[in-house]
Write a protein that binds this ligand. Sequence first.
Ligand SMILES: C[S@@+](CC[C@H](N)C(=O)[O-])C[C@H]1O[C@@H](n2cnc3c(N)ncnc32)[C@H](O)[C@@H]1O
Length: 472
Amino acid sequence: MTANFASGTIWTGDNLAVLRGMNDACVDLIYLDPPFNSNRTYEAPIGSKAAGAAFKDTWTLDDVDVYEHGEMADRNPAAYAVIEAARQAQGKSMQSYLIFMAVRLLEMRRVLKPTGSVYLHCDDTAAHWLRVLMDGLFSKSAFRNHLIWKRIGNHNDGGRFGRTADHLLFYGQDIHRNAVRIPLSDQNVASKYRHSDERGAYSSDDLTGPGVSDGEAGTAWQGWNPTDIGRHWSVPRTGDYARWIDGSLIHGYLKEDGILKRLDLLHEAGLILFTSKGTPRLKRYLEANPGQVPPDVWVDIPPVNSQARERTGYPTQKPLALLQRIIKASSDEGDLVLDPFCGCATTLVAADRLQRQWAGIDLSPLAIKLVDERIAEERGLWGGATALTEPPKRTDLGELPNYRTHRHRLYGEQEGVCVGCKTHFPFRVMEVDHILPRVKGGTDHPDNLQLLCSGCNRSKGGRTMAEWRATQ
Ligand SMILES: C[S@@+](CC[C@H](N)C(=O)[O-])C[C@H]1O[C@@H](n2cnc3c(N)ncnc32)[C@H](O)[C@@H]1O
């Protein structure tokens, strides 16, 4: 589906209304770093680029639109069960926070392409609840990683171990492994690549695997048979090293099916050594190692320090390197990246650097100011982001007829009964109503329409159905 907004757009306002106005399945990657329910208020230091930015991260049921509460119970009973469990285990603050998150995550799932990925950044306050919620909303099979980012070196947390980690819940597609490789650590190189020759450092690797084979993998080569020691030949055929051999030393190696023939080729290319006991082993060169795919614990990305060039002073600012890794892992050039809690626009700046399209949303008007400053600083000539406050209007619902034209159909479907007071009325006193009003992101789509008697319709006014019900 095509996005109904331009790349480079930032909305100032509540992301729920903006997300509701976005077309289905138009975003390739969503990174969200919402408030964590940390029971704190965050403020930027006076004098920093972000001075004036503040947000509260303490939750009560008043922070949640009553509609959101009702909507979750109605639209996703499984997610609501998780929220209810959180209320019983931890109380209303966690319940409110999870309702706030769940309605927004539902919209994010809708706007994400089926081929897209989502990373939810949080801390250990709510990571466990959010993980179950995400399993329910994005499906268990879409789960990829529960990443740990070691965000600070040490932290003194009297009475318990220091809390130094943030959590990233990653759902979606397989990552682009080669886009995120990191160099091997010196320690790793020193312990593994202990030999060297004219081609450089190498490790001496086994050419066999456990268990005997009746086939070619169990036959002798150069007078040595792995069957004698209960093993079989395991000669590289796939993977990074086989590809390197094929590309750099033995053209056509990957196409060679014969095991003994592959051993011959490796031997001719000087890639086999023999131990003092005559056992053949594979030389695995450091030069061929493309680096390590980061594990699920990230200790190599430092936080934004007080002297860093990228520092804006925005509370909870995340490092560009963190976002660059995520964007490289889970998107391609030209893809659309969305950050619905974009803060000082770290994701947007990182996406821009990596030639992705991007859009962001934040309650704070500072996001737009900061992204403009940050991108202009890097690009020099920069036309500026598009700043909007009005949510977009969906264009993927087709040409919708005037909503009033649904009156007859609705009257038939509801069998003449008003959804509000459940009373039967003649056709002429029934009025078509938007369940979710248009000002709150509701559309003229038939799914959002119902018939109310004129009395109920007047009483409901501009409220959502759930808001109105709560007052009945
Ligand atoms: C943890 S900060 C994000 C920091 C960001 N990742 C960065 O690097 O600057 C959370 C942001 O969510 C914003 N926010 C909170 N509730 C929101 C809502 N309903 N809609 C949009 N933004 C919201 C806050 O203003 C705050 O900027």
